[in-house]
Design a protein around this ligand. Structure first.
Ligand code: FPP
Length: 251
């Protein structure tokens, strides 16, 4: 468990009504670096550290799934230096994960199209997948979105379903929401209860487009590298005050 003294926010969190799945758009790394006169890559380095802290905190709190947006299908438009800095951080994180996830009981999974990802990084992702397969499904699971776009994920799912139909394994009429969800990168994982976007932006930016249908949204002006445990407590508190009706009316 977290050994830090509990903050006032943490004291108010109801541990019996935690979100099962939290998703985060890790935004604001570039601005964080610019404000300090640092290269953007330093913002991503600080952002990767924040991810590590927040993942540990989520695990300690008893959150089951944390999904983070690390690299979108559109992020290839950034400079080669910046793309390579982000890939380097992911490589470093995966190398550490291979050594520690079994000990720490952390499952790791990737959302996104891994085809254009460098072979070394893909091999590491396969390795973490294999370790994940041995870990109990009840363990905390981090999902990292890499070369991920919500529209791309939906298109890939549609293509696979159409292929199954063409091969006679499926018929179009049997497609319902549950079956469609099983073709997505998030197959078997509950939809996010809470989506957090730091850095003051209020867009969904092609993140979990299918899965966000009934997610609660929390925004904060804090830039991702400055996001901390207290801010996560605030987000959870805000979530616990929401009245989730899923299109129905209050009983
Ligand atoms: C968005 O901020 C952030 C990214 C596109 C990259 C996020 C990647 C990491 C934190 C590093 C690797 C991740 C893991 C899981 C180890 P931005 O650059 O768009 O910020 P800005 O809007 O201020 O420019």
């Amino acid at each position: 468990m977290n050994e830090q003294p509990k903050t006032a926010e943490a004291e108010q969190v109801d541990p019996t009504r935690l979100p099962r799945h939290i998703a985060i758009i890790m935004d604001g790394n570039g601005r964080w670096a610019a404000r300090r006169g640092l290269p953007r890559s330093m913002g991503h380095k600080a952002g990767a550290e924040t991810f590590r802290r927040i993942a540990t905190y989520c695990k300690d709190l008893g959150i089951r799934y944390l999904t983070v947006y690390a690299f979108s299908t559109e992020n290839w438009k950034r400079s080669a230096d910046e793309v390579s800095a982000i890939m380097g951080l992911l490589r470093k994180y995966l190398l550490e994960a291979v050594d520690t996830m079994e000990r720490d009981h952390i499952r790791l999974h990737f959302f996104g199209d891994m085809t254009p990802i460098a072979p070394e990084l893909r091999a590491l992702a396969r390795e973490t997948d294999e370790i994940t397969a041995h870990l109990d499904r009840s363990c905390f699971q981090a999902n990292v979105c890499l070369n991920y776009g919500g529209r791309d994920e939906i298109l890939r799912a549609v293509r696979r379903f159409a292929q199954d139909c063409a091969q006679g394994a499926r018929i179009p009429g049997e497609l319902d929401e549950a079956l469609f969800s099983s073709y997505l990168d998030s197959a078997g994982i509950p939809d996010p209860d809470l989506i957090i976007r730091p850095s003051g932006e209020e867009r969904i930016s092609n993140f979990l487009l299918w899965q966000c249908a009934y997610s609660e949204f929390f925004r904060t002006d804090t830039l991702w590298p400055d996001f901390d445990e207290r801010e996560l407590d605030r987000a959870i508190l805000a979530y616990q005050k929401r009245d989730r009706r899923y299109g129905g009316v209050k009983a």
